[in-house]
Design a protein around this ligand. Structure first.
Ligand SMILES: Nc1ncnc2c1ncn2[C@@H]1O[C@H](COP(=O)(O)OP(=O)(O)OP(=O)(O)O)[C@@H](O)[C@H]1O
Length: 378
């Protein structure tokens, strides 16, 4: 009986997860709310951290809804699995994606395990994404993560974009596995945001008018630049114009820059008001390569790219086929040809050249609004 299912709701202190908890409670589930304490600025290196306020907000909402509330301390795991990945990536000249890694490793990783260990059937979040059951025969049992006791394939789930296309967060779930999705619930994924706010106000939730969170997952309001300044040593080098090799200035470290970046390069535009954009990094002399922001700037646009660390939610795509891809959060899906080269790598041919595909970032694959999986730009 679904009414008896125990669900642990990840409550961030924001309005989306507040409404997620409310809806599950109204649907008759046995709901407990939990705030994940993942990153606290013990060293006071970085100023304002709103986590205490967030815990208070989450707790107040839990009380209003009438559910138990806990704080789960995952700081060690977060440091090991997300901060270490982040710092290692920057040290290697990549542009990591901590939000996506945090979802795979922490929210749907250790937090999910914690929930299962404590007798919960599933975890829920306030992501704008939709989980739907699909026919078992669409996915091989090996991918499903198991068979039922009678030998038939266990249920399979697909992940669809959130119904509110302006808020869709499926991109951030691109590296989830079938097993992780099986244990996940997205109670607000079918709602348009204005409707969600209305529900929150009508229920008088303390977070009804709280503004949406910004910045990277769990590092709270801290901007990535401040985080890097505090945790990665400076490694200066020249800023070089890619088109003619002319040195234009100095930078403090390649980790402050990413392919396609225009803001904060520190080199003024020329007299025609043309802006510089980052087009590459040269490891040998730590040069930051820049060019005027034109479609033909060397290295800025790519029609072909390789991805590695392929990850699939359902059946892996093992033969060349036409798919769609989202090259970054909030970009529209674009057509591409997926050409597998091994189990974990593929060559991607975009129908139209794509701008600023930084090594270390994630390409998410879609079949229409169904998220299939993702890979990391080489
Ligand atoms: N510190 C946290 N503790 C518990 N759950 C969290 C935490 N941070 C994020 N989450 C969960 O992950 C979901 C997506 O996180 P994100 O940071 O993108 O928030 P959001 O979309 O603004 O949602 P919200 O309005 O609930 O904060 C949240 O809705 C919540 O379920």
């Amino acid at each position: 009986m679904p009414g008896a299912e125990k669900i642990l709701v990840a409550m961030s202190g924001g309005v989306d997860s507040s409404v997620a908890a409310l809806l599950l409670k109204q649907q008759g589930y046995d709901v407990v709310g939990a705030y994940m304490k993942n990153w606290i600025n013990e060293d006071q290196v970085i100023g304002h951290c709103p986590w205490q306020q967030d815990i208070e907000d989450a707790r107040r909402v839990a009380t209003q809804i009438g559910i138990e509330f806990r704080v789960v301390n995952l700081m060690r795991e977060y440091r090991e699995r997300v901060v270490a990945y982040l710092l290692d990536g920057y040290a290697r000249g990549l542009t990591p994606n901590p939000d996506i890694m945090c979802n795979r490793e922490v929210k749907f990783g250790v937090f999910r395990s914690w929930a299962k260990d404590h007798g919960f059937a599933a975890i829920a979040t306030g992501h704008y994404a939709q989980r739907v059951e699909v026919k078992p025969d669409l996915v091989t049992p090996a991918v499903l993560g198991g068979l039922n006791a009678d030998g038939t394939p266990a249920s399979t789930f697909a992940l669809l974009e959130g119904a509110d296309k302006n808020k869709d967060q499926s991109y951030f779930l691109a590296l989830l596995s079938q097993e992780q999705l099986r244990d996940a619930r997205f109670p607000i994924g079918h709602l348009p945001k204005p409707e969600l706010r209305r529900i929150a106000r009508e229920a008088g939730l303390a977070t009804a008018d709280k503004k949406d969170s910004q910045g990277i997952c769990f590092i709270g309001e801290v901007k990535m630049q401040d985080f890097l300044r505090a945790y990665v040593p400076d490694a200066p080098g020249p800023i070089v114009r890619a088109t003619d090799g002319r040195e234009l200035g100095q930078h403090r470290g390649l980790h402050f820059y990413t392919l396609g970046q225009r803001k904060g390069i520190g080199i003024p535009s020329n007299t025609d008001h043309e802006a510089y954009v980052v087009v590459g990094k040269r490891a040998a002399d730590r040069a930051l390569l820049v060019a005027f922001d034109h479609p033909d700037a060397p290295g800025l646009f790519q029609r072909e790219v390789r991805v590695h660390a392929l990850s699939w939610i359902g059946k892996p795509v093992t033969t060349a086929r036409a798919l769609e891809g989202r090259v970054r959060y909030r970009d529209p899906r674009v057509p591409l040809e997926f050409v597998p080269e091994s189990e974990t790598t593929a060559l991607i041919r975009f129908a139209a050249p794509q701008r600023g595909l930084a090594a270390g970032q994630i390409l998410a694959f879609y079949d229409g609004e169904r998220l299939l999986g993702g890979g990391v730009y080489a």
